[in-house]
Design a protein. Structure first.
Length: 150
């Protein structure tokens, strides 16, 4: 899937698409990241939720979901009655059949990313172009990083 022409502020190139979530819509509600950026391997949306609003309970037939809270604070309530507070930087993984609801409990719009998929992890299939080994070593082993250039 290529990035959609419905989103003129999305920048595309040979094998990539780049955007801010505001490039995919305005106001509260869903930003269709999958369609806007042309994601094929999984479902992904950014949701903007005003204070006091909740998503309503829902579950899925097959899709496991990962939630990442970018801005604000939500309470995530599960079908078993447990409630967890998730602030900026927090994450939650939820099985498909698990009933869940998110509620904005703060005083600013919550912005969260929800990615969903099925059929499992494909494994580590990343490859390095020639000459990039030092970059990855610095990321994964900071003590192996070269000294900063001054």
């Amino acid at each position: 899937m290529d990035a959609s022409n419905d989103y003129p502020r999305v920048t595309t190139g040979d094998g990539y698409a780049v955007a801010h979530y505001d490039d995919l819509g305005e106001g509260p509600g869903f930003r269709k990241v999958r369609r806007g950026l042309g994601v094929n391997a999984f479902g992904v949306n950014v949701i903007v939720m005003p204070p006091g609003i909740d998503s309503g309970f829902h579950y899925h037939d097959e899709q496991e979901e990962l939630y990442f809270i970018h801005r604000g604070t939500v309470e995530m309530e599960f079908g078993d009655g447990s409630v967890h507070r998730l602030s900026e930087g927090s994450m939650a993984r939820v099985d498909p059949a698990t009933v869940r609801k998110l509620r904005n409990v703060g005083d600013v719009d919550v912005v969260y990313l929800c990615a969903g998929g099925k059929e499992g992890y494909v494994g580590r299939d990343g490859r390095l172009p020639p000459g990039e080994e030092h970059t990855v070593a610095a990321l994964h082993r900071p003590s192996a990083a070269p000294p900063p250039v001054e």
